[in-house]
Design a protein around this ligand. Structure first.
Ligand code: FAD
Length: 642
């Protein structure tokens, strides 16, 4: 079949929303990803005057589909700054605005910092929050889809409140003050729905990697460990010897490191990748490695070649039953609490509740239930009558003390909005943006601090939400979550079954619903930081059309036996592309994790610089919502004192 015929069969020409809208003008981002070396002016032309897209009543980013996440229009100025192409905005307009605090970054850390600052400094504190995206929330983004008269909600990034029992008192306290009672999710999250419909997990083996397309049931006992029942192993398209090895791996109680003490084993496992453990210690057939290769993508965004066997043992991967390992002092928090603390739009609800608290008139209501269906009025975000303002589509390019940092009374922040640079002042400034841009914003900081900030290589990942007309194919196949070790998207799952307030999960398989597809681009074989760099490069060079073709092809092949037809059943696709995704978490396979905290790059990097403080989850080297809140709190404490 020719490529064109194949595209037609996949439905590539179908009328789904695949265009993105930026600043009121339609841009075919799906077909013309902006060249990485273009300047803002080359791409968007002369600045519009006045530039205020958010005031347009039709401005509503959550409903956009196509290429989202770090959407085109959000990153070009920062890349120009990195590349020294900043002459276009050499003459900033001085708007004469002055604030008590200027926050760069409207992610959860920046919003939380504004919240804490107001709490300490008083209700009338004047705060401006800048963000380069067309929506607030940072990674915590909301995706909306129209399904007849109803709206389906998806998470474009930050998925869930993970292990809230482990939150600091500041982080859980903030959630409580916003009105979030995490215990209610036990009622809202239907933990029995899929079981009651006999829907479980499966693995999709693709013909490019395994020689045949095949969907095989599996019982993942843990978050991402794999476990195949004896009768299903024979269906896996791998060599017979590999099937035997897989069963041996799952069931044998063998000590693969005899003669070592439990502590010595741990030390060895820390410096051995799970892949090497399988090949060199368990001595499995190479096909077994292929089965597990992407099973760590969900959490680490790299495969088992770059995750230590020690971590895999903690997560419940097979092979360690006979190893007599000491019980880990670092238990996986997910093992203590169920993974159910999920708003239908993920932690975007937290960001929305923060905004509701900070800026009057943007979001109605006052409960954790009514936030779910509340529609934000973006025109009110940056309102001169509000002490706290959020200015979107605005990239900070400079944060500079007015005078000597030790004695200065103000920080001048320059940002670019609609192609025009603006200058404002704040008595204090919190950079709740990415670590790696801070050396460009503040070239005066020490080389040691710059080097530490640059160490963080943010982790790329893609969260794709696909609206389908019904989920009968899933029901027929008896699956709700699919791991696909060799495919483009490593995981395909039905959306979490959460109903709360006026929002109802589409419980009937006849109803339109959302699928969540995960891709974490990486380059196996390299160290993890280089894998992340390679993944980022891939993302900036991938057009929406390519994602769409992969979505259609993979879903069609995975679900065809259930009657799924990608050309007929796919209604909308939103690709949330996060080249700068998770904060960099140190990887014990490649880095020492026992160094004193004060020597960790994230700690060196977050040191205050005069009136400029540093928040963001990067500042702690952990990609979690609570980290973002904690870092916002710490940065505020550095301003107001203990
Ligand atoms: C896909 C994904 C899924 C996740 N899932 C979970 C989860 O389930 N549970 C969990 O606890 N955590 C999760 N995380 C991690 C969590 O989202 C983050 O730790 C947290 O949201 C980070 O918040 P932040 O404010 O520190 O940073 P961000 O959310 O990155 O916000 C920083 C903001 O600053 C902006 N910015 C950067 N530079 C500039 C500039 N120069 N000028 C203006 N603005 C700028 C950025 O664009 C961004 O909007 C996930 C992360 C990702 C990427």
């Amino acid at each position: 079949m020719s490529g064109k015929d194949q595209d037609r069969e996949l439905g590539m020409g179908q009328e789904i929303t695949r265009r993105d809208f930026l600043n009121g003008m339609s841009i075919a981002v799906g077909t013309s990803l902006v060249a990485a070396n273009s300047t803002w002016l080359e791409v968007f032309g002369a600045p519009q005057s006045p530039f205020a897209p958010e005031k347009d009543p039709s401005y509503y980013p959550p409903a956009k589909s196509g290429l989202r996440g770090s959407h085109d229009g959000s990153w070009e100025v920062a890349h120009d700054l990195r590349d020294g192409k900043d002459k276009a905005w050499a003459e900033p307009v001085n708007d004469g605005e002055s604030y008590d605090l200027v926050v760069v970054g409207a992610g959860i850390s920046g919003l939380a910092a504004a919240y804490f600052y107001r709490k300490f400094a008083g209700q009338q504190s004047k705060i401006l929050i800048l963000d380069n995206h067309d929506d607030f929330g940072g990674h915590a983004k909301r995706n909306e889809f129209q399904a007849g008269k109803s709206v389906l909600l998806g998470y474009g990034g930050t998925q869930s409140i993970e292990a809230p029992g482990n939150y600091s008192k500041e982080a859980i306290g903030l959630l409580r003050e916003l009105g979030i009672d995490v215990r209610r999710f036990y009622k809202y999250y239907d933990q029995k729905l899929f079981d009651s419909m006999h829907m479980a997990e499966a693995v999709f083996f693709d013909k490019e990697t395994f020689g045949a397309d095949r969907l095989v049931p599996q019982q993942g006992l843990h978050y991402f460990g794999l476990n195949f029942a004896m009768e299903n192993v024979s269906q896996i398209p791998i060599a017979e010897a590999a099937r035997m090895d897989l069963l041996r791996l799952q069931h044998a109680r063998v000590d693969y490191m005899p003669g070592l003490t439990p502590e010595q084993k741990n030390s060895k496992l820390i410096k051995t990748s799970y892949k090497d453990f399988l090949l060199q210690y368990v001595k499995v057939h190479a096909d077994v490695v292929k089965v597990f290769q992407s099973s760590t993508h969900d959490l680490y965004a790299v495969g088992i070649d770059a995750v230590s066997a020690y971590d895999c043992a903690r997560e419940g991967f097979p092979g360690f039953k006979g190893m007599s390992l000491p019980r880990s002092h670092e238990q996986n928090p997910e093992q203590d609490e169920p993974y159910i603390f999920h708003f239908p739009d993920g932690n975007a609800s937290i960001a929305r509740m923060l905004v509701r608290s900070l800026v009057p008139g943007v979001l109605p209501g006052d409960t954790m239930e009514d936030i779910v269906t509340a529609r934000a009025n973006y025109a009110r975000l940056d309102d001169a009558s509000s002490p706290i303002r959020i200015r979107l589509n605005s990239t900070a390019v400079r944060a500079r003390h007015m005078g000597d940092p030790a004695n200065a009374k103000q920080v001048e922040v320059t940002y670019v909005r609609g192609g025009q640079a603006h200058r404002i002042r704040g008595a204090n400034c919190i950079l709740a943006c990415y670590n790696m841009i801070i050396p460009y914003l503040c070239p005066e900081i020490s080389d040691k601090q710059k080097e530490a900030l640059a160490y963080c290589v943010k982790i790329p990942l893609v969260y794709t939400n696909v609206q389908i007309s019904n989920w009968k194919a899933f029901q027929k196949l008896g699956v709700s979550a699919i791991y696909a070790p060799g495919a483009y998207f490593s995981n395909v799952t039905l959306d979490f079954p959460v109903s709360m307030g006026d929002y109802h999960y589409p419980r009937s398989p006849d109803e339109s619903c959302l699928l969540h597809l995960l891709r974490t681009p990486c380059e196996p074989g390299l160290n993890c930081r280089d894998q992340y760099r390679a993944g980022r490069w891939e993302l900036i060079n991938t057009k929406f059309e390519s994602f769409e073709r992969q979505v259609r092809d993979q879903l069609g092949r995975t679900l065809s036996a259930g009657g799924f037809d990608p050309a007929r059943d796919i209604q909308a696709i939103t690709v949330n592309r996060w080249p700068h995704g998770y904060a960099y978490e140190y990887n014990r396979l490649f880095e020492p994790l026992d160094q004193p905290a004060s020597e960790r790059p994230c700690v060196i990097g977050r040191q205050p610089f005069g009136r400029i403080k540093i928040a963001n989850s990067d500042a702690d080297g952990h990609a979690y919502t609570n980290t973002a809140i904690d870092q916002g709190f710490r940065a505020v404490r550095e301003i107001v004192g203990a």
